[in-house]
Design a protein around this ligand. Structure first.
Ligand code: IPE
Ligand code: IPE
Ligand code: MG
Length: 228
């Protein structure tokens, strides 16, 4: 595949953990555990394939409506992931950004997030955005409010500059695992011209081969951006 056909920024809606576990007679939390252990493999593979930025949808602003036990388990796994990332990747070229409203997270999780964001802020090879307590509508509202507070004019470009993904560019490709064909409030502003790829593979089963299938499909798409 030629370099120009590799998407610069890929968003992934990592869906299907619960169904994966239920199909095995296990608790949904088990699906989240196995799903979270799948993340590193895909991150590494995507970056090795030439992708510059990845945005992984880990927890939506609507996911708080799930049973407390499941939310607690997800928060625990996210904290473990961030801690592991700090140990492993601070010295790498990857900059980690948590995209989402941190104010609703526990102070100890926020502390871990800020530690890794600070430690990787000058890494310039890749950007890994973890969308956590993220909602696309709220992100747009926040950007507009911040612009107004800063006394700046609200334009298409100025809003872009106030989004979590401002240094990643718009996603060229958005992948959703788990069979549903919707965005579920993910990258609404940035995704205006993203190519969408839906696969029935559940997130814990989504491996390098599945990722390559998405890249292959992307390479065949004709992006017109309104032109002919
Ligand atoms: C995605 O898997 C992970 C999160 C939303 C946090 P789900 O938990 O939504 O799994 P399904 O869709 O119920 O199978
Ligand atoms: C989207 O999945 C959010 C994440 C993958 C983190 P959901 O499972 O929450 O989406 P819906 O509820 O099916 O739209
Ligand atoms: Mg789901």
């Amino acid at each position: 595949m030629s370099e120009s056909k590799i998407p610069h920024h890929v968003g992934i809606i990592m869906d299907g953990n619960g169904r994966w576990a239920t199909a095995r007679g296990k608790d949904r939390s088990y699906g989240h555990k196995i799903g979270s252990s799948n993340v590193d493999k895909i991150v590494e593979h995507a970056f090795n394939s030439g992708v510059y930025a990845l945005t992984l949808y880990a927890f939506s602003s609507e996911n708080w409506a799930r049973p407390k036990k499941e939310v607690d388990e997800l928060m625990k796994l996210l904290k473990l992931y961030i801690q592991k990332f700090y140990k492993k990747l601070v010295g790498s070229g990857i900059r980690l950004i948590v995209a989402g409203d941190k104010s609703a997270l526990t102070p100890d999780l926020v502390k871990e997030i800020e530690k890794v964001e600070q430690a990787t802020k000058n890494n310039a090879e890749h950007i890994l955005n973890i969308a956590l307590n993220y909602g696309g509508r709220q992100e747009i509202v926040n950007a507009v409010n911040k612009l107004i507070n800063d006394g700046k004019s609200v334009t298409v470009d100025s809003i872009t500059e106030y989004l979590y993904t401002k240094d990643s560019g718009d996603p060229d490709l958005i992948i959703r695992t788990g069979g549903e064909k919707r965005l579920s409030n993910f990258l609404l502003y940035q995704g205006a011209y993203s190519e969408l790829y839906f696969t029935d593979a559940l997130w814990p089963d989504f491996d390098e081969i599945e990722f390559d299938k998405a890249l292959e499909e992307f390479s065949k798409r004709k992006r017109r951006f309104g032109k002919i």
